[in-house]
Design a protein around this ligand. Structure first.
Ligand code: TXA
Ligand code: MG
Length: 332
């Protein structure tokens, strides 16, 4: 791990260059923002994004915020309705994330958005991170740079203590100016909803948007106010999921792992191996894409290979369990 202090011009330049190189290798970088330090990966690289979940020890795939350099770059990844545009113009760069419909062709990995049709976008104000984003030219997926269940880090030392072994580069810009997490507003289907209160007050947002918030879709509070499973737009396959499958029934699709060949695999309507070499990070990166592809085969059931519960396997199984529980005719 290399740490660069950004108050020194030469170190700042060296730090940005080292960060860009590390991101290009699919590695993680700790970035300062005005709210809290972020654990960043290239959002377009699914395997790199999987590394975020491993490093944080997250038991679930929460959608991650994509950090971008400016509104123009944000609009390559999301569709901004008039309210979202007003808010972006009023508060960016700044501590506001806008959740908007994800654009077709956005290169942001399915793992970063947890398979949702929406994407959370943010333009941070912190100058070193802005410079990094502008030069990197691609969005950075970044949750707070703490291990799951720990407090969000507001100093580089907090990040080093928690995640020093997992990051290649730490950009140390001193204590975060805002120090609490950002406000998250969803602009979807003509509604404006407060998903998480944070660095910008509710009243300031309503004034800038010239409208009041619509009711939030679910009660929230604490660390995980908007678990993906609480979102109406949450991606759940149309097909039923059957976990721990070792035999395939005719017409089922098969979601495999580690090259396993269940009995009667030749009867499967479609087959996708999440990682032929049994790599759980690769499997995580492929998961949402695989579910979409197998769903598109028209199979009524997707049989899923046994997946080990260790490491990222726990998050994969959690996500599959939720998907299994969330058939539209079962979920309310
Ligand atoms: O200040 C912050 O919020 C920091 C800095 C690094 O940006 N980020 C952060 O991320 O704390 P995280 O992962 O701890 O929280 C992000 C929140 C999660 O609650 C997630 O569910 C929500 O953003 N989120 C992201 N994309 C979303 C989407 N498409 N729909 C709903 N919620 C979304
Ligand atoms: Mg957090």
């Amino acid at each position: 791990m290399q740490l660069f202090k950004t108050d020194n011009a030469a170190q700042r330049e060296a730090g940005i260059a080292a960060a860009i190189a590390a991101l290009g290798r699919g590695r993680l970088v700790a970035i300062p923002t005005e709210t809290v330090y972020g654990l960043a990966a290239d959002a377009t690289n699914g395997r790199a994004v999987a590394g975020i979940y491993t490093a944080k020890g997250r038991p679930r795939f929460n959608p991650l915020i994509a950090h971008v350099a400016d509104l123009a770059e944000a609009r390559e990844h999301g569709d901004f309705d008039p309210t979202a545009l007003k808010l972006a113009e009023a508060f960016w760069p700044g501590p506001l994330t806008l959740v908007v419909p994800r654009r077709a062709g956005s290169g942001i990995s399915d793992l970063a958005t947890a398979g949702l049709d929406s994407v959370g976008l943010r333009v941070p104000a912190e100058p070193t991170t802005r410079a990094l984003l502008a030069r990197h030219g691609r969005p950075l997926a970044a949750p707070s740079a703490n291990r799951s269940g720990h407090v969000s880090p507001t100093r580089a030392g907090d990040v080093v203590a928690d995640l020093g072994a997992s990051v290649d580069v730490v950009l140390d810009a001193g204590p975060c100016r805002v120090g609490i997490e950002l406000t998250i507003v969803a602009c979807l289907d003509g509604h404006m909803r407060l998903l998480r209160p944070g660095g910008i007050a509710r009243g300031a947002i309503e004034a800038a948007a010239d409208r009041a918030f619509d009711a939030a879709p679910a009660p929230h509070g604490g660390e995980a106010p908007m678990a993906p499973g609480m979102l109406a737009s949450h991606y759940a396959p149309r097909a039923m999921l059957r976990l721990d499958a070792t035999v395939i029934a005719p017409g089922e699709a098969y979601l495999g792992f580690a090259g396993a060949r269940p009995e009667a695999i030749e009867k499967a309507r479609a087959v996708y191996d999440l990682s032929a070499r049994g790599d759980l990070a690769e499997a995580a990166a492929n998961l949402f894409h695989a579910l979409r592809l197998l769903d598109a085969s028209g199979a009524a059931t997707i049989a899923v290979a046994p997946i080990p519960a260790e490491g990222l396997g726990e998050a994969i199984l959690d996500r599959l369990g939720r998907a299994a529980a969330q058939r539209p005719d079962v979920a309310c």
